[in-house]
Design a binder for this molecule. Structure first.
Ligand code: KPL
Length: 298
């Protein structure tokens, strides 16, 4: 298979990082910017400790004409389904659509609107933040997992990801990886947003550490009932490790709150609670956090 051409929806920090990785692996990459953006080319700048990488990418808008064979979506969770809908006239049954956003629940929204799409999902721990539009800082290397429910063998296009992005693996059980990430985010993000604190405060402040432990108990019960026994057993340790590794960081949810943006709470704690309700489990502490965070933002 020759290197595919990817269209990218969501040119934030992670989107720019992956666009550079795909271009490095020999793929074409076109940015789909918001309607009204003038077509042409844009420069993307990625700063790292070792130096600065620059690339030039063609730009168009979702409403433009022309088929899209490979679509990467790295928007906020609540924008995934509307973003895919805006480009749906350019997709067909062969189009490969990879969703890489925080949280869960948006893949179901996309599939309900367009059940014929070939949907893939991913999760990443790459550390990147936006300095300015199309100008990012790649602060820390992480791992990226990509897969499709029930599909053991990597998709033909996965070679580009493996070649362009160190630490990228095909995960035959991607749902489990997504759930574990969701479980960790449920224990960290809402609390940091409500208390406006760094991740590390969730262990150094005793009251917050106790709250994390209570949340983990609820999350473990829901994970077990939902068929994720490893997440159920490992959640306390996994959360402690992520807090230690990101102690000085502000969670993405806290950053959203501080910037006055909508949060992804409906796709993080909201999704956890939807699964809990299906399993007949009460999760009062997570429910209280959903209410608290929902009342915070715009
Ligand atoms: O994924 C994160 C986020 O902020 O969304 C964690 C792991 C909690 C790091 O802050």
């Amino acid at each position: 298979m020759s290197a595919p051409h990817w269209h990218l929806l969501g040119a934030g920090a992670i989107g720019c990082l992956f666009a550079a990785a795909l271009q490095r692996a020999g793929c074409g990459v076109t940015l789909l910017l918001r309607e009204g953006s003038p077509p042409g080319e844009r420069k993307v700048v990625i700063e790292r400790d070792g130096g600065t990488e620059q690339l030039t990418l063609p730009v168009t808008t979702p409403a433009a004409e022309g088929g899209v064979t490979h679509l990467l979506v790295t928007t906020k969770a609540y924008d995934v389904a509307p973003a895919v809908a805006a480009v749906r006239h350019r997709l067909d049954e062969q189009s490969q659509v990879l969703l890489l956003a925080n949280g869960m629940g948006f893949a179901g929204e996309v599939a309900r609107e367009a059940p014929w799409l070939q949907l893939y999902q991913g999760t990443t721990t790459e550390g990147a933040w936006r300095i300015a539009p199309l100008h990012i800082r790649h602060a820390g290397r992480g791992t990226t997992r990509i897969g499709r429910s029930g599909v053991a063998r990597p998709a033909p296009w996965f070679r580009c990801w493996r070649d362009g992005l160190p630490g990228c693996t095909w995960d035959p059980d991607i749902e489990r990886a997504l759930w574990l990430k969701l479980a960790i985010n449920c224990a960290i993000n809402p609390l940091t947003a409500v208390h406006r604190c760094a991740n590390g405060d969730l262990t150094s402040r005793a009251a917050l550490a106790a709250e994390v432990a209570h949340l983990c108990e609820e999350i473990a019960a829901i994970s077990a009932a939902a068929g994720y026994p490893e997440a159920a057993q490992g959640i306390h340790g996994a959360v402690a490790r992520v807090i230690a590794a990101t102690a000085a960081n502000r969670s993405s949810m806290l950053q959203d709150v501080l910037a006055g943006r909508r949060t992804e709470i409906d796709y993080i704690t909201g999704h956890l609670l939807a699964v809990a309700a299906r399993c007949g489990i009460e999760a009062p502490r997570n429910r209280a956090l959903l209410a608290a965070v929902s009342g915070l933002g715009c």
